[in-house]
Design a protein around this ligand. Structure first.
Ligand code: AQP
Length: 326
């Protein structure tokens, strides 16, 4: 039996942080063993908020390199820049004609981002392009963090609408989120998710942060005024977030960590989290430094070529079904 297809994307909007990694990227890597995996630097999504063209250009390569450094293997996964495969935008247009405005009005990420970026059509229709990203490859599953649940629901809804109207075409894609780490919170505001666009750089630990910076960021992490290390996402959101991070990086259960650190005091506990993250990120930094920008560019061009061929095959079928075939 042929393997099921997995698709996911990441925006080149800034430096990748451990939230992106723990919520999504480590699953991207793990799924390469059992699925036909397609991963994309979704650079057209990055134009939906104000941006600098030179910075975007540089961030695309940086993001591609980081994906390879964390373990996305171009010999096992299809990896490319979204803008180099125009079928994403074409399908997005077709899906846009089937998307009720009410569904887009409910999107919390739009509401949050529009406050800063302004009420722009591209930002508003972002979830439709994301649905097209997934559907243009007829993906069965999508590894993402918790914050993408609403967008995935819209994708499933659009796949169903299309199938009902034009005949069975798209799988209804499942969301894959990790049991722990699906929503890593900001170190400076444990009620908000860690985010690339956070104005406070101390809120996010970046994959390429130096050991010193990582220790400083964890030491300044906002916690409650108590002393006990225990897990309670409401009353001890900051400590619980750190426990989640430590649990993932050490492979130990939260219960075992609480047993060990309950009375240790916040200072030594934060140091333990920082040490585990420094160790966990070291191989990524080494791999990143060994990658050559030009070679990465060549890999991305080859990926785009293959992705265009695959996406064109699917789009030919879609065009025929919707009445736009040759
Ligand atoms: N804090 C998080 N915890 C767990 N997973 C997260 N993801 C993002 N933040 C967290 C997941 O990372 C993947 C790539 O994210 P994205 O580039 O599509 O952008 P985003 O979700 O909008 O993430 P950011 O970091 O907050 O970026 P900006 O600031 O540009 O909006 C996705 O699978 C996402 O779920």
């Amino acid at each position: 039996m042929s393997k099921q297809t997995v698709f996911s994307g990441i925006q080149p909007t800034g430096d990748i942080h451990i939230g992106n990694y723990l919520g999504a990227l480590r699953n991207w890597v793990a799924l390469q063993d059992d699925y036909d995996t397609i991963y994309c630097v979704v650079d057209m999504h990055a134009t939906t908020v104000p941006y600098d063209p030179k910075e975007l250009h540089d961030n695309r390569v940086l993001t591609a390199k980081l994906l390879m450094a964390v373990g996305v293997d171009p010999s096992r996964s299809l990896l490319y820049f979204q803008s180099q495969v125009p079928q994403h935008a074409e399908l997005s247009w077709i899906l846009g004609s089937m998307t009720p405005l009410g569904a887009l009005n409910r999107m919390t990420q739009y509401k949050e981002k529009a406050e800063k970026a302004g009420q722009m059509l591209g930002l508003y229709s972002y979830p439709v392009l994301m649905a097209a990203d997934i559907m243009v490859h007829k993906a069965h599953a999508v590894p993402v963090g918790d914050d993408q649940t609403q967008h995935l629901e819209l994708t499933r809804d659009l796949a169903e609408r299309f199938n009902n109207r034009f005949g069975d075409t798209f799988p209804i894609p499942e969301q894959i989120t990790p049991k722990r780490g699906a929503r890593i919170m900001s170190l400076q505001d444990p009620t908000a998710k860690m985010s690339k666009s956070d104005a406070d750089p101390r809120g996010s630990v970046l994959l390429l942060d130096s050991a010193d910076t990582i220790v400083k960021k964890f030491k300044s992490a906002v916690t409650d005024s108590g002393r006990e290390v225990s897990y309670d996402q409401e009353k001890k959101a900051g400590i619980s977030n750190l426990l989640d991070i430590l649990s993932i990086y050490t492979g130990r259960t939260v219960d075992a960590l609480v047993d060990e650190y309950a009375d240790a005091g916040y200072g030594p506990f934060k140091q333990a989290v920082a040490d585990a993250v420094v160790d966990g990120l070291a191989p990524i930094r080494t791999a990143y430094n060994s990658l050559d920008d030009e070679e990465v560019g060549r890999i991305m061009s080859r990926g785009a070529l293959d992705a265009r061929t695959r996406a064109e095959h699917e789009m030919a079928d879609v065009r025929t079904k919707v009445g736009l075939g040759g």
